[in-house]
Structure formats: structure tokens, C-alpha cells
Design a protein around this ligand. Structure first.
Ligand SMILES: Cc1ncc(COP(=O)(O)O)c(C=O)c1O
Length: 394
């Protein structure tokens, strides 16, 4: 009996929802994805803020192949001196405030969140972690414990104790942060909540409250990092510095990697009592070589500025009566319609017409926009034409 790849995918590969995108991928290049039937999709979501440098960037391919020809895995993370890691640490810390000078490499966003949670508890010797309503920090049990939405948690309780979810943009709620609080985890621009952009005053009040109580401020920049919002890191919009910076997604240029960055003093938590946090594949040489090439491309091609151009272009051209609100910062946007049904119709229509867009976990009435930062003006225009047309059918 012969089964198609689609049948095998649906039957033998664990699914995350009853309605996957179902595109049978042949290849991807630049801002386009090609399926087995030769259909072309313009990528307006970058695999959820991953492919910021586009698909198959030549510099990244070159770096991966060069590293592949040297070595891949030697020992578990932290034992051997590997040039991709040292070069990466040197380059990224040159672009960060001096207190963020020590990087711990892991394999994914959620794992970087897990490591940060341990680091915060270990360093402060406090039990409590605070996060915000409709925050998404990942799907593992620690990260799930600080997810700000009960719907996805109920079935998997008990989760971590001593976690509190507080109201967003509410100055009074900041009083929940006390000397018992190890850390506050926050996305500087709240992605899955539907691109919520806070005021500078609010973020500075949050920073202030953390400083007053000796609580660590942990910025989850897994989705906002690496130029996506028009700055290399989104915390730069608010003139504040986090105590721990959490990275993932676009970091690897398409390969799986995450990291958390803090002061070298803080990181000693994991060595004071040795083997405090471990990972076999964290900092894998090929993934870090890819991440290094990605960071160089982002810096050399000034992709943060490109993100600002994308923001400006979308603000000027994405207009339709069905749009209730457009929230956008850099190349990270939420197009709010009247209902989730309208959003689903638009996504469907766009997919059929060669444009890949998506929705948000906690903002079902919004369309997600996160095109690769390397997108050209004519490609942006092509996508906007399809998107606007889709809104005629919702
Ligand atoms: C803000 C944020 N934090 C954490 C994560 C988890 O990252 P990963 O899926 O790599 O575990 C995500 C993933 O979507 C995210 O958007």
C-alpha cells in the first residue's frame, strides 16, 4: 500500500491542531516558499518571526557548510572552547549594555525561558515569578506556568507553584512585585497578545519597581529580538536595561537555537554549585555558526532600519474599511478586524492566493504580520495587494 506524504504527515507525525497549514514544501528562497505542485507563497510571517534574514541566505548557508566541514558536536555545552561560540559572545555583547555580558546557549526559546527561571530563582534565592495576562513564554512546564492564559494550562496542572499572573499596563498591579519576587518575565512588545506596544513610562515604572524590590527584570525577546521591531532589541525603545535577556527564533537564521544573557556575576549561580544547568546540544557549533552569520547579516545589512521601513510602508499602504486597528512596530504587526471568523477567512483567502499570513494565540481577531526583514518594496506591495483584496471577502 502506498501512502502520500500528506497521509503520513497527518497519521504518523504528531499534530498540534486539527487544521495545520498542510503545505507540502519543496523549497524556500528569499521571501518565497514553493510547494511540490509548484505553487508559490509569499512569506509574510517568517515562520513566526524566525526567518528575518529570509530563506537560504547565501552568507548563512556558507557559514553552516564551513562549520559542517570542521565539526558539529564534540561535548556537552560548556566543556570545550569553540570558535563559533566565542565569536558570537564577543559580537553580541559588543551590542548590549555592559551588564549583559555573559551568554548561556540553549536549543530553543522555551529552554532559554526555563534556564532564566532557574537563574532568577538561584540568584535571588526567592521563590516567586510574576508574568502578565496573555503572555506566551513557551510550552514546557516552567514556561507554561508563567503563561498568562488559563485555557492552555488547566489540563496540565499541577504546574509550578509561586507563579503569579498580573494585569498588563496597570500601574497598581506592579505592587504585586515584592521582595519575595525573584523575577518578572515580560515581552517588551507583547506578541501573542496581539502586538501590544507599551508606553515608555509604563516600562520604566516596571523597571523601577523591580529595582526597588531587588527583583530581576527578564525580557523575553524571543520574538522581538534581532531587529524585528526596528531596534536590535526591543528593550532599547524604552531606555531601560533588563537583568536577563532571553533570545530564540530569529537568532539561528533558521536553525534551532536559543540563549539567555545576564551578567557573568549572575551566571556564577550555575557554577557555584556546579552543573546547575545543563544541556547536551546547547551551543551546537553548526547552530551557533549559523547564528553568528545571521547576526552579522542583521548588523551589516542594517535590518533594524529595514524593519522601520516596513513599518512605515505598511502604515501608509495597508488601509481597508474592515481594519479596526493596525498595531505595528518595525516589521511586527497586528491587523485587527471585527472577529476571529473574519481573520480565518482572510488567512484562507490569502493562502489560496499565494500569501502566507497567520493569527495570534491570544488575539484571535487579529492577523499576524511579520515578513522577513530582507523583503523588498515590490514584494511588500505584492503581499499588501493580496491582503487588502482578501479583506473584501471577509
Ligand atoms: C515571546 C515568546 N517566548 C517564548 C517562545 C517559545 O519559544 P520556542 O517555541 O522556541 O520554545 C515563543 C514562541 O513562539 C515566543 O513567541
Amino acid at each position: 500500500m502506498h501512502f502520500s506524504h500528506r497521509e503520513i504527515f497527518l497519521k504518523h507525525i504528531a499534530q498540534t491542531s486539527p487544521s495545520p497549514l498542510n503545505i507540502e514544501v519543496e523549497k524556500a528562497e528569499g521571501v518565497y516558499i514553493y510547494d511540490k505542485k509548484g505553487r508559490v507563497y509569499l512569506d509574510f510571517i517568517s515562520g513566526i518571526a524566525v526567518s528575518s534574514v529570509g530563506h537560504q541566505h547565501p552568507e548563512i548557508k556558507k557559514a553552516i557548510i564551513e562549520q559542517l566541514n570542521k565539526y558539529a558536536h564534540i561535548m556537552v555545552y560548556g566543556e570545550t572552547i569553540q570558535e563559533p561560540q566565542t565569536a558570537y559572545a564577543q559580537l553580541i555583547t559588543q551590542h548590549l549594555p555592559s551588564t549583559l555580558n555573559c551568554i548561556y546557549f540553549v536549543n530553543s526559546g522555551a529552554e532559554a525561558i526555563e534556564g532564566s527561571m532557574k537563574l532568577a530563582k538561584g540568584f535571588t534565592q526567592r521563590p516567586e515569578i510574576i508574568s502578565f495576562e496573555n503572555a506566551y513564554h513557551g510550552s514546557t512546564q516552567g514556561a507554561l506556568s508563567i503563561m498568562g492564559n488559563e485555557f492552555f494550562k488547566t489540563k496540565y496542572r499541577p504546574l509550578l507553584p509561586a507563579t503569579k499572573i498580573i494585569k498588563w499596563n496597570d500601574y497598581n498591579a506592579l505592587n504585586t512585585i515584592t521582595k519575595d519576587t525573584a523575577a518578572v518575565f515580560v515581552e517588551p512588545i507583547r506578541a501573542e497578545a496581539g502586538v501590544l506596544i507599551p508606553s515608555k513610562e509604563y516600562m520604566q515604572a516596571l523597571r523601577q519597581k523591580c529595582t526597588e524590590t531587588g527583583t530581576l527584570l527578564v525580557m523575553d525577546e524571543i520574538q522581538t529580538g534581532f531587529g524585528r521591531t526596528g531596534k536590535l532589541f526591543a528593550f532599547e525603545h524604552f531606555d531601560i536595561v533588563p537583568d536577563i535577556l532571553v533570545l530564540g527564533k530569529a537568532m539561528g537564521g533558521g536553525l534551532p537555537i536559543g540563549a539567555f544573557i545576564a551578567s557573568s556575576e549572575m551566571m556564577q549561580v550555575f557554577t557555584n554549585q556546579p552543573l546547575g544547568h545543563l544541556t547536551t546540544f546547547g551551543g551546537n557549533a553548526i547552530c551557533v555558526a549559523s547564528a553568528l552569520a545571521t547576526l552579522k547579516v542583521i548588523l551589516n545589512e542594517n535590518l533594524s532600519n529595514k524593519a522601520k521601513f516596513i513599518e512605515d510602508y505598511l502604515q501608509r499602504h495597508l488601509k481597508h474599511p474592515a481594519i479596526k486597528e493596525l498595531r505595528i512596530i518595525g516589521a511586527m504587526g497586528a491587523v485587527q478586524l471585527n472577529s476571529s471568523e473574519q481573520v480565518m477567512k482572510a488567512i484562507d483567502w490569502c493562502l489560496k492566493n499565494g500569501l502566507l499570513i497567520d493569527w495570534f494565540l491570544f488575539a484571535p481577531d487579529c492577523i499576524r504580520l511579520a515578513p522577513p526583514l530582507i523583503i523588498k518594496e515590490n514584494e511588500l506591495k505584492e503581499g499588501i495587494v493580496i491582503l487588502i483584496e482578501s479583506l473584501n471577502y471577509v
